[in-house]
Design a binder for this molecule. Structure first.
Ligand code: CP
Length: 341
């Protein structure tokens, strides 16, 4: 009896994921979605980003991507994501190539896969892809032989945004475990909301979403979050409020009566922000529509951490690029306590 119990115990131990502290990298070559990341992998990326921070603040380079080229393959507009992937690559001593669909041969009808295969033939070491089609990074990852990182796919996932958001929350609040995060906005069309929900739930935060009913995904309870149609009842208990942009480009036709009405009922106005605890932080992934989802005084106020999110994007994207492009080098660097060389 004892032996059987012991064998059962060993078998169940084998099936268990390694503890967060024991995870020293990613299981896969790619970073495609937050849904696929384990708690240990998320913790590994966040702690790596933290280890890089003092070097970036001092303006020092960490040569983990020396001799490597990262291609930013952006089929959709971007300011923060593209620039911070570029900066992250440079801070790791790598080279970048920036692709913009509007000035490429995509404008002459070249397909995504042909574009990617032609770029792959130039021997890059990583593709960061942003595309309006949900699932396109997975499609590319199964078709090319280099690591693929998702820089945002349609309304599906934006995993590095969620990682930088959680990094910022923990920088300000210590931990997200047990904290209440309220996400207000166009939840149905938001890859940021989806990826944040995956990461926050895995790290033990409690999440509530709020939007007009037409901008709520069907069956929000299946996301494992609370939801409400109006924000007032959620704000008093929030440790974090994340406002999202109304994404008119992803709606077939306007799913709210008017932008002014959205702002009146769901915008984080000065008066609504007064309902928050003094310690609550206010976030937005950008770009902000001032006066719509956030009043300018709230966006620029003392509780806003929006520009911290932007800086932390560099650290988190460095961690992701190092983990997918040079996992052995990163492990070695971390095992030496983050010393250079
Ligand atoms: N947050 C974000 O993805 O911003 P960009 O569209 O500017 O990259």
């Amino acid at each position: 009896m004892k032996k059987t119990a012991s064998r059962k115990k060993t078998a169940s131990r084998k099936k268990t994921r390694p503890a967060a502290a024991a995870v020293t990298g990613l299981r896969k070559l790619h970073l495609l979605g937050a849904a696929e990341l384990s708690e240990g992998e998320i913790r590994f990326l966040l702690s790596t980003a933290k280890a890089f921070a003092p070097y970036v603040v001092r303006g020092e380079t960490i040569p983990l991507l020396q001799g490597k080229t990262v291609v930013n393959l952006f089929f959709e507009n971007s300011t923060r994501t593209r620039m911070s992937f570029e900066l992250a690559t440079r801070k790791l001593a790598g080279g970048t190539l920036n692709f913009a669909a509007s000035t490429s041969s995509v404008a002459k009808g070249e397909t995504l896969i042909d574009t990617a295969k032609n770029i792959e033939a130039m021997r890059p070491h990583c593709l960061v892809v942003r595309h309006s089609s949900a699932g396109s990074p997975w499609f590319l990852a199964s078709s090319v032989g280099v690591p693929v990182v998702n820089g945002g796919d349609g309304f599906h996932e934006h995993p590095t945004q969620a990682l930088l958001d959680v990094f910022t929350m923990e920088e300000k609040l210590g931990t997200v475990k047990g904290k209440r995060v309220v996400i207000i906005g166009d939840i149905a069309h938001s890859r940021v909301a989806r990826s944040n929900i995956h990461v926050l739930r895995k790290l033990g935060a409690s999440v509530a979403v709020c939007s007009p009913p037409t901008l709520m995904p069907p069956l929000p309870e299946t996301l494992g979050v609370d939801y409400a149609e109006r924000p007032e009842g959620l704000l008093r208990d929030a440790d974090v409020v994340m406002a999202l942009r109304i994404q008119l480009e992803r709606q077939n036709k306007m799913q709210i009566p008017s932008v002014a009405e959205y702002s009146q009922f769901w915008g984080l106005s000065r008066d609504r922000a007064k309902l928050l605890k003094p310690s609550a932080i206010i976030m937005h992934p950008g770009p902000v529509n001032r006066g719509v989802e956030l009043d300018p005084e709230v966006a620029d106020g003392a509780n806003s951490v929006i520009l911290d999110q932007v800086f932390n994007g560099i650290l988190v994207r460095m961690a992701v690029l190092a983990a997918v492009c040079n996992p052995d080098g990163l492990r070695g660097w971390l095992s030496k306590g983050g010393r250079r060389g």
